[in-house]
Design a protein around this ligand. Structure first.
Ligand code: PLP
Length: 373
């Protein structure tokens, strides 16, 4: 079968295996598979289906539009979203049975004002120290009071209280204990106000892997489900298999003499006669320019380094003296089991995190799916 010029091969079996392994890390808690941002670049709808197959009772996305896209694709299970600017389609979300998040009393009022016949299911977000979304201190007290009133009057069902860690990828960071303590107090406040059957959740992937005290009723796993370690320098209790392999086929192969400058700005010069391969992916596909001259690929199971600047549509690799032909498969990253680099390696080479390496993929990359569907 022909390999497209630029292809992300997604291993659904690996994804399901990772989800099961993560569920086993938090045995007393429900699992929410996070499929925001097009499932971290893996394709939201197929990954959502695979997550449901793997038994995930919950899915999580950032925006209402993402949630509605899942409903339009036929998903009917428990689904939470949490990031909405004023004017967001709360009525659409509530009507579709999506649970929405209130991060302030003002946002709760906006949700309650949405013109729908069904009672909204609302979770409350407390800011325990990330200082992103969520209510903190007196604002939390205000949100809890308004939410409890809405529950008492039957205007809403308050189903959860949750928060998000700032430093969970550093298990020894003091902010983790501090956030957990703030969370416990916030939950106690909600209980005292009469919101006593809320689902409590705080953990992302790193906390699911390293911090049982923060598992509560549910854990929200994103990056680890895609087989990427939250911190590549750490050893985790569970083996994770990278789900995505990014590859293409060499569009050109040529022999050049020593001294030849390669790609824009001649940022790389051949030190000796060598063979260059042309890889048909560039920054339009999300390949970072900052990986120029640094990242590696695999051709025929052997590594080759990027030579010169990464361009919009393409980049060059230095193949040395090996035999290579136009059309040979070039693997940018994958599980790392056949000599190829991983997304974590590309993250290091481009000065970013592996989350960004997979999530920003786009352009002309075609996604294909492997494994039982
Ligand atoms: C993205 C996100 C997650 C998942 O984080 P990972 O580190 O990828 O596991 C969990 N919760 C919230 C609120 C998020 O925005």
């Amino acid at each position: 079968m022909a390999t497209p010029q630029a292809e992300a091969v997604i291993d659904l079996d690996a994804f399901r295996t990772n989800l099961s392994a993560l569920a086993a890390c938090a045995p007393g808690s429900a699992l929410m598979a996070i499929v925001k941002a097009d499932a971290y670049g893996h394709g939201m709808v197929p990954m959502a289906r695979a997550a449901r197959d793997a038994g995930a009772p919950w899915l999580g996305v950032a925006t209402i539009d993402e949630a509605l896209a899942l409903r339009a694709a036929g998903d009917t299970g428990d689904l939470l979203c949490w990031l909405a600017s004023p004017g967001a389609d709360f009525a659409g979300a509530i009507g579709a049975g999506v649970e929405v998040t209130a991060s302030s009393a003002e946002q709760l009022a906006e949700i309650l004002a949405a013109p729908v016949d069904v009672r909204p299911r609302i979770q409350l977000k407390v800011d325990t120290g990330l200082s992103r979304n969520g209510a903190f201190g007196a604002k939390w007290t205000e949100l809890v009071a308004a939410a409890a009133a809405a529950q008492r009057s039957g205007a809403a069902e308050i189903t959860g209280v949750w928060s998000h860690f700032a430093c969970a990828d550093e298990p020894d960071h003091p902010a983790n204990d501090a956030q957990e303590a703030v969370f416990d107090r916030a939950v106690a406040e909600a209980h005292a106000a009469g919101l006593d059957s809320v689902l409590r959740h705080l953990s992302n992937s790193p906390a699911t892997l390293t911090r049982p005290s923060a598992h509560y009723d549910l854990v929200r796993v994103g990056i680890a489900a895609y087989g990427i370690r939250p911190d590549p320098g750490m050893t985790y209790p569970t083996v994770l298999t990278p789900v995505m392999t990014l590859r293409g086929r060499l569009a050109a192969v040529k022999r050049v003499e020593a001294g030849v400058g390669v790609s824009y700005g001649h940022a790389w010069t051949a030190e000796r006669a060598t063979t260059l391969g042309l890889v048909p992916l560039g920054y339009a596909e999300g390949i970072a320019v900052s990986a120029s001259n640094r990242a590696e690929v695999a051709v025929g199971g052997e590594r080759a380094r990027v030579a010169g600047r990464i361009c919009m549509d393409q980049f060059v690799v230095d193949l040395g003296d090996r035999a290579a032909e136009r059309g040979d498969v070039v693997t940018l990253f994958g599980p790392g089991t056949a000599g190829e680099p991983t997304a974590e390696d590309w993250a290091i080479a481009s000065g970013t995190i592996a989350y960004e390496v997979v999530t920003r993929l786009g352009g002309r990359v075609v996604r294909t799916y492997r494994g039982t569907t």
